[in-house]
Design a protein around this ligand. Structure first.
Ligand code: SF4
Ligand code: SF4
Length: 486
């Protein structure tokens, strides 16, 4: 696989960056479910007109595009990460679990449910609420181990406390779902929780097993209106059949996120996949998904990469997740980490215990947090000259620390995957024009519309139109040639 040329990448960013998008600030129509082909063509034509008129105005505003070199510093400043204004808390309720999945990253903490300190208590919840009282908590995730091992009475009381303090917080749960029944489902429904559940699709029988039981649980969750989406781990068993798995989840009518397996320390059955294979397979899947017009489904994986390419970051793994007040997780006994992943003991990155803290600032002042945060800055500096920094920001700090405890450099397989997948996506979508849009997946097109996407082909047409209207400065044609790299 080849990376795209640097000037093609720069051109893509010039046409698609937050700064320019905000200047245009157009709202495109979207293709709605059930629309006929005539209506779809109308949406595409309407969006084409809007993009042409907004882009022509923009070219007039930015004559410097034709008069000199592009100031990438200005663009980079505009693309600097905007941190979410809400905090995500991952609260691990127990390290016990009724299943034994081979790649589990919590296995280093695995203990029986009744071992002291292995069940979250209302005291822990009250203390978390006290420490985070001045923070805007947007999402509270019950996690584990298996959170449904904890009784429904706990969740009813704890959720009441959470909602008293954070009225708008979204309470979620990550579960294996096999322990759901009508009673605990009723509590989940009361709190509008639809647990995300782990399910490895066509190869579930090789990894998670218990597929029959899970199917029954899915039916119970559905009946009780608490069915969430599946989360599939991409492993060596299914990496070559992502398209089949996507179609399988479609047939089941289930939403599915696909996440890569990663090497968790102390779990010899976990591993990081070879970056070249992963990149090739994700690209194949991307090419399939964008052309899927037969009852297409969303693809969180493809959209995460698209978001990264177009919007500078996007998911926790492609942005700087160490921003102030951003991610925190607690263990059942109150020990604090950055997020719910396994953080190697030898790296000394646990940030104390929630009962030792009065406020989030106390966590930030903890010597381990300070050292960890400095490590994340070193990684960002290490990656500073990378062409893909704008959409990667050193990748996942946890992947990186598992690879290099000193936190000086990124994990190379994920680094390879990111650069090559983003390159491929840009190469593919740069070829899209309005005229050939009807052949694409409407969900993919809607994503492009939402982000006011402009391909090299579209820009060529827009610029030629601009020259025809003599709205560009003299020598525009020569500049146009320089401007259009491909
Ligand atoms: S360390 Fe990795 S998994 Fe954890 S929040 Fe950051 S990017 Fe996400
Ligand atoms: S991890 Fe790799 S792709 Fe990401 S910014 Fe660093 S060098 Fe670039």
């Amino acid at each position: 696989m080849n990376l795209i040329a640097k000037d093609e990448l720069q051109q893509f960013r010039k046409f698609n960056n937050k700064y320019e998008r905000e200047l245009r600030s157009s709202v495109y129509q979207e293709i709605m479910p059930g629309m006929g082909s005539g209506e779809i063509l109308d949406v595409i034509a309407g969006n084409k007109n809007l993009m042409f008129s907004m882009s022509l105005k923009q070219i007039k505003r930015h004559k410097e595009y034709f008069e000199g070199d592009i100031d990438f510093k200005k663009m980079a400043a505009a693309e600097n990460i905007t941190y979410p204004d809400k905090t995500t808390l991952i609260v691990k309720t127990t390290h016990a679990c009724n299943l034994h999945c081979p790649y589990c990253y919590d296995v280093m903490f695995r203990k029986d449910l009744d071992v002291e300190g292995n069940k979250v208590t209302l005291e822990v919840v009250r203390q978390i609420l006290k420490v985070f009282k001045d923070v805007n908590v947007g999402t509270w995730i019950w996690h584990g181990g298996e959170p449904l091992l904890i009784g429904k009475e706990f969740y009813d009381e704890a959720n009441t406390l959470i909602k008293q303090q954070f009225k708008k917080a979204n309470i979620c749960m990550q579960s294996n779902l096999t322990l759901i029944d009508d009673e605990n489902a009723a509590v989940l429904r009361k709190w509008n929780i639809r647990p995300g559940f782990s399910f490895d699709g066509l190869t579930n029988y090789l990894t998670r097993k218990n597929t029959d039981r899970l199917m029954q649980s899915i039916a119970i969750a559905d009946k009780n209106e608490v069915l969430g989406g599946a989360i599939m781990i991409i492993t060596k068993d299914n990496i070559h059949q992502m398209i089949d798995d996507y179609e399988y989840f479609k047939r089941l009518g289930l939403g599915c996120k696909m996440n890569l397996i990663f090497a968790a320390h102390k779990n010899m059955n976990s591993y990081t996949l070879d970056g070249k294979t992963v990149a090739e397979e994700i690209c194949k899947f991307f090419d399939y998904w964008i052309l899927d017009t037969y009852r297409p489904a969303d693809s969180d994986l493809c959209e995460r990469y698209l978001m990264a390419a177009l919007d500078a970051g996007g998911s926790c793994a492609f942005t700087d997740c160490a921003g102030k007040d951003y991610w925190f997780s607690t263990q059942p006994d109150g020990t604090i980490y950055h997020c719910g992943r396994d953080w190697p003991e030898s790296a000394a990155v646990s940030f104390g215990n929630i009962f030792e803290m009065e406020s989030v600032q106390d966590i930030l002042n903890h010597p381990n947090h300070k050292r960890w945060y400095e490590g994340t800055r070193r990684m960002l500096r290490h990656c500073g000259n990378c062409d893909y920094f704008y959409c990667c920001h050193s990748g996942c700090y946890n992947d990186n620390i598992q690879y290099d405890l000193t936190m000086n450099k990124p994990e190379p397989e994920n680094c390879y995957t990111h650069r090559h997948v983003i390159s491929h996506i840009i190469r593919v979508i740069n070829e899209i024009d309005f005229d050939d849009m009807p052949k694409y997946n409407p969900r993919f097109l809607n994503f492009l519309f939402r982000h006011q996407f402009r391909s090299a082909k579209m820009m060529k047409n827009i610029l030629e139109e601009s020259i025809k209207r003599i709205e560009t400065p003299a020598h525009a044609e020569n500049k146009l040639k320089e401007f259009l790299v491909i």
